[in-house]
Design a protein around this ligand. Structure first.
Ligand code: AMP
Ligand code: MG
Length: 504
């Protein structure tokens, strides 16, 4: 295999002030802990960078391929609602790009590779636990079919780093993304009032992620970019809600322009359904609670739109009207995707135009019952998929999940009536179609917090096997199998993880 040659589009396409060329600090004694072979194949990573010392040296930043011109990227952001004009890669470094299987470039970034000019008070390092956490959860998201950054490698650094909870082993994650452009990248230049750089950034975002818009005349292509981002973001968040994912830190600097889930810190998957579920230790006020995520997407897009206004045309009033009109469509767009997602979770209809209000109501009623009973979000839908709704035996098993009351029974009867086409609202759904749709919409296995924590604890003690086993079973999250069995169990009360940490 020819040695991979990195592209360095960050040096050619981005405004100059968007990056600082910078070398990784290096680590004392790197050891490769995990390498993602499938992703390595996708990126045609040569064998020498997959195992042993040479691989550890590359993915820790100790020895870089000749073609890499690494840089730290600048960005700003709104953190918990407050503007922060200066953030940036304080512990990450963009190595360059390799082509993916679709021929499009992917960024390869080291996270935890040392201080940069953006580090502020931080040490530029990452601890092993959070590195493995991002590795496991981002790969799980990918296997769930949700756009996300990926994990190519995890390397231990041989260094002990200081964290609030005490000393921890250091590590470096190699992250792969369609790009590392964030909403906050736009905010960085908006704060500086640099319209020329904003235009270059917007054109680059279009060229990289929305090439179909590139030929639109100026200024038409900038509202088109906002419109595309509104659509992309509302779809992404709907996907999170489908699997019970809570990002935990939806600050605008963690929102990706490429439409990928970005920055896995104190993120979590919900076990028992609770619409207001907050697990992130940094989210004291519940701003980023499970059911707030759709609304926050709108808020974040509004901050992005404010940055793009100067590109919409010379007349500010007209620009604002235009942006407001586009943003005003978000709630409906989000609702449409959300309702279709809920209907698919029930096996009713896969296509948005086919969703009736009655179907959406049926979904909402089920969620209300589940919230009341504290039903497991993942297992309830899967159990519903596996049992025949007209079967009286179903009532007993579902009662355990939905609560035994009359409301639960009434819901099951209405669901059965809907499937049989007896409710007069929509055509019947065959059992085969229902199950097929439910089985590809509702996962069997998610990275449950207690499982993730247990695997990370073992890894910190030197045993990587539980992490490996978790990664394996999360590769096929929609497939019920004996191997998946133990990973489908909700936590026992003593296993319950009450808060997740970013550990930075
Ligand atoms: P995050 O909370 O991971 O989204 O990071 C927010 C900001 O803090 C970003 O600018 C990071 O680069 C920076 N940051 C987080 N951890 C560290 C660290 N250990 N050293 C330097 N900068 C950091
Ligand atoms: Mg971040």
């Amino acid at each position: 295999m020819t040695a991979s040659v990195f592209s360095n589009r960050h040096l050619t396409d981005l405004p100059e002030a968007a990056r600082i060329e910078w070398a990784p600090a290096g680590v004392p004694s790197p050891r490769l802990l995990l390498f993602n072979e499938a992703l390595g194949d996708d990126l045609s990573v040569p064998a020498i960078w997959r195992r042993g010392e040479a691989a550890a040296a590359v993915w820790s930043g100790n020895s870089l391929p000749d073609s890499c011109c690494p840089a730290a990227l600048a960005y700003a952001g709104h953190q918990f609602g407050q503007p922060v004009p200066q953030l940036g890669d304080g512990r990450a470094l963009l190595l360059g790009q390799l082509p993916g299987p679709d021929g499009q470039l992917r960024d390869l970034q080291l996270k935890g590779s040392g201080r940069t000019p953006f580090s502020r008070m931080g040490d530029g390092r990452a601890a092993l636990g959070p590195v493995l956490r991002e590795y496991v959860v981002s790969e799980a998201m990918h296997a769930l079919g949700i756009p996300t950054t990926r994990a190519l490698a995890a390397t231990s650094s041989g260094e002990t780093i200081a964290r609030a909870a005490g000393p921890e082993p250091g590590a470096v994650l190699t992250r792969v993304a369609r790009s590392h452009l964030r909403f906050g990248t736009f905010e960085y230049f908006a704060h500086r009032g640099d319209v020329g750089a904003l235009r270059q950034l917007a054109d680059t975002a279009i060229a990289w992620h929305f090439p179909a818009l590139a030929n639109r005349p100026d200024p038409e292509r900038y509202p088109a970019l906002l419109e595309a981002l509104i659509e992309q973001t509302s779809r992404l968040i709907t996907d999170w809600l489908r699997v019970g994912f809570i990002h935990g830190v939806m600050n605008t600097d963690n929102m990706s322009v490429s439409g990928e889930t970005l920055d896995y810190g104190p993120c979590a998957f919900m076990d028992a359904f609770d619409p207001g579920c907050v697990l992130s230790s940094v989210d004291q006020g519940g701003r980023y609670a499970f059911d707030q995520q759709g609304r926050i997407g709108h808020w974040n897009l509004t901050r992005l739109a404010e940055c793009l206004l100067p590109l919409f045309g010379a007349d500010t009033e007209t620009a604002i009207d235009r942006a407001e009109a586009l943003l005003a469509r978000y709630p409906d767009a989000f609702q449409t995707h959300y309702r279709a997602m809920l209907a698919a979770k029930l096996g009713l209809a896969a296509d948005e135009p086919d969703i009736t209000t009655a179907d959406a109501d049926l979904g909402e009623r089920l969620l209300a019952l589940m919230a009341q009973a504290g039903s497991d979000y993942t297992n309830t839908f899967r159990q519903l998929a596996e049992a025949a709704p007209d079967d009286p035996a179903q009532e007993t098993s579902m009662a355990a999940l939905l609560g035994a009351g009359a409301d639960g029974r009434a819901w099951l009867q209405d669901y059965a009536a809907r499937l049989a086409g007896r409710d007069g609202q929509a055509p019947a759904v065959s059992e085969h179609r229902r199950q097929a749709l439910m089985r590809r919409t509702n996962p069997v296995v998610i990275p449950r917090n207690h499982r993730v924590e247990a695997a990370l604890t073992a890894a910190e003690a030197g045993d990587l096997e539980p992490v490996q086993r978790l990664l394996d079973v999360l590769q096929t999250p929609y497939r019920a199998s004996p191997a998946a069995g133990p990973f489908t169990q909700p936590p026992a009360p003593f296993e319950q993880v009450l808060a997740t940490f970013c550990g930075t």
